[in-house]
Design a protein. Structure first.
Length: 233
């Protein structure tokens, strides 16, 4: 899952309008932002095995600290609480951020084979293996992405031309990267995977930049029915 995670980041702007799109991206992709550093440190393990699934050439051997259910519950609680305390924001914003962090595990369980850890040290693994079918994977991710981008586009408006071109440029770039990853050659090795994944930070920065050039649209006020007073003669 790639653009599916970003889809939830886009869509979450509706639930937490005061939170920057960059922060929402940081939350929904926190697992994949931690993962490459842990790979480079040798703490987590992945193998490049082309043909292992219909979608990705990667075999995820061990990644409990970045991708397990328990770890992401902790990361989500810490991130959400820190945001509320530092930004003096609403509890709702913290809950949305925490839920986005956890959503990464949920979406990965949908797509991965049974390799998603439940706990940090236990043997339990889950996965529904959507990656066994390339057409089904693409259909699900594109649907999620269309809904998420549509929600963000409807709920926000550009302050200037940068807000328009920057936003749609980001959408187009995510789609290009997605299809290049699907149909391009496999990475030459684990280090290439890890350093390539570090580029996700640039997408977080792009999200912050885009959000600075957009504003939340004013919601239409609800029409209040006021009965007519009876006419006196």
């Amino acid at each position: 899952m790639f653009i599916g995670h970003f889809a939830l980041g886009f869509g979450a702007k509706r639930a937490a309008p005061a939170v920057s799109l960059g922060t929402l991206f940081l939350a929904c992709q926190l697992a994949d932002l931690l993962w490459p550093t842990l790979l480079l440190l040798g703490i987590e393990v992945v193998k490049v095995q082309p043909g292992d699934t219909a979608v990705t050439p990667l075999t995820f051997v061990s990644y409990p600290y970045s991708h397990s259910l328990v770890a992401l519950l902790v990361w989500g609680a810490v991130f959400g609480a820190a945001y509320v305390l530092i930004r003096k924001s609403s509890v709702t914003a913290g809950v949305v951020i925490g839920a986005l962090v956890l959503s990464h595990w949920v979406l990965d369980v949908l797509t991965h084979r049974p390799d998603m850890p439940v706990t940090v040290g236990g043997p339990a693994r889950l996965g529904l293996d959507l990656w066994d079918s390339l057409p089904a994977t693409v259909a699900v991710e594109l649907l999620l992405f269309a809904v998420g981008v549509g929600l963000y586009a409807r709920f926000t408006a550009a302050r200037d031309r940068r807000g328009t071109f920057g936003f749609w440029g980001l959408v187009a770039f995510l789609l290009i990267v997605y299809f290049v990853n699907l149909f391009g050659p496999p990475p030459p090795g684990v280090n290439a995977v890890a350093w390539g994944a570090q580029a996700l930070w640039l997408l977080v920065i792009w999200g912050y930049w885009v959000d600075r050039h957009r504003q939340v649209r004013a919601l239409p006020r609800a029409t209040v029915f006021q009965p007519r007073r009876p006419t006196t003669v």
